[in-house]
Write a protein that binds this ligand. Structure first.
Ligand SMILES: *Cc1c(COP(=O)(O)O)cnc(C)c1O
Length: 384
């Protein structure tokens, strides 16, 4: 039985019912707590270790409450503000502070909040953690030149394997619980990336002469954007098998910390067509790259699109290419080319983007008075 979070207002059956009855003129993110709980269950069933949620993908109270109700007790946080968000909902939640670059004040805030796991990728970052209690875990973040993600985090974070060996030895000598972590990059569609990282982790631990208490295999699991992907379970099984092969009887406890793949499928983003020009070749939407569609510019278009008239009638005309602009008075506010939409589409229609629960409402700005702020709870989101 699903426990219903208390702070939620009304629940609608699905996005179409809400759109046709209220005809919102602003973008709306529809979120299905049931779908979110289902995904949490898939992770917990399929992953042979701890499942932590990366708060940055969607930090809304409703999301965190739903995950706590689904049994998620571990959270990957990057800032004191995220620690407070999580602890406001669950005082007992376990915090993993996996932003390796911290100010001195942030380190103090983390100690005060009782962070139990800290990542490091540089000697300067480790030196700052001298006051962290020895019962805590310090996890060395390393990087490899591995491809497969929509964009890589390796330019910004991560020690090379030789640097990681030295850091891991310092962590073990310092008396903390030694661990390794990595993040293959977000929207990583290739399970082989995790296999490479897991084998490299075993090698780093061997060379350092340190037995790992834990290995954190990151987030990065992809969400469908309309093209074929292996099922989530395939990623999880290959991680499990690679760990057994690489570590044998010394296998550390595994941790994963999905953001995108946990929450993307639970969300549908509805935008509205403001105006058509050039016989329909140019489309102005009420949301764009400064709002909930910011990621389309960086990780590409999704083909999970439905168009409907304001009364809910689906537009099923022949798809034709469009130039798509967002609502702000900034010419950069344009979606990537290559979007195809039905030729019977009209101004006032709604455009629904599937799989948009992650990195949409959290990255939206209020630039020019626009942006995605409204989140509405629904029983069901559309598949496809
Ligand atoms: C962003 C982030 C995640 C989540 O990444 P996704 O691609 O959304 O799964 C996990 N761990 C760390 C350290 C992160 O920075």
């Amino acid at each position: 039985m699903t426990q219903q979070p208390r702070s939620w207002p009304q629940i609608w059956p699905d996005p179409t019912t809400h759109l046709t009855s209220t005809r919102p003129d602003h973008p709306v993110l529809y979120l299905s707590p049931l779908r979110l709980q289902e995904t949490a269950r898939r992770f917990r069933r399929g992953f042979p270790g701890l499942v932590s949620y990366a708060v940055k993908a969607n930090d809304r109270r409703e999301v965190l409450e739903t995950l706590v109700a689904a049994g998620i007790r571990h959270f990957d946080v990057a800032s004191p503000a995220e620690m407070r968000l999580v602890h406001d909902i669950d005082r007992g939640a376990v915090l993993h502070y996996n932003n390796p670059v911290r100010s001195t004040a942030e380190v103090e805030a983390g100690i005060k909040a009782g962070v139990s796991s800290w990542s490091v990728d540089h000697p300067a970052g480790l030196a700052q953690l001298a006051g962290v209690p020895r019962r805590c875990e310090i996890s060395v973040r390393f990087k490899l030149p591995v491809r497969g993600a929509a964009y890589d985090f390796g330019d910004k974070f991560g020690a090379t394997p030789p640097q990681a060996i030295a850091l891991l030895q310092q962590v073990a000598r310092g008396g903390w619980s030694p661990a390794l972590c990595f993040h293959p990059g977000t929207q990583c569609a290739d399970p082989a990336a995790w296999e490479s990282y897991i084998h490299a982790a075993a090698e780093i631990a061997r060379r350092a002469g340190v037995r790992l208490a834990r290995l954190n295999v990151g987030g990065g699991f992809p969400a469908s954007r309309g093209t074929g992907l292996p099922a989530l379970e395939e990623f999880l099984t290959r991680i499990s098998d690679a760990t057994a092969r690489a570590f044998g009887k010394d296998a550390p406890q595994l941790v994963c910390e999905p953001g995108r793949a946990m929450v993307a499928e639970a969300g549908v983003l509805a935008t509205r067509v403001k105006q058509l020009r050039d016989g329909g070749a140019t489309v102005y939407l009420n949301d764009g790259i400064y709002g909930g569609l910011a990621e389309l510019r960086d990780i590409g278009l999704t083909s999970r699109l439905h168009v409907m008239a304001p009364d809910g009638t689906p537009r099923l005309g022949k798809p034709r290419p469009r130039t798509m602009f967002g609502p702000t008075c900034d010419s950069l506010d344009r979606l990537p080319d290559g979007m195809f939409l039905p030729d019977d589409m009209e101004a006032g229609d709604y455009l629904l983007f599937g799989g948009m629960g992650a990195y949409s409402v959290v990255t939206s700005t209020g630039f020019n008075g626009y942006g995605l702020r409204d989140m509405v709870r629904v029983e069901r989101v559309l598949d496809g």
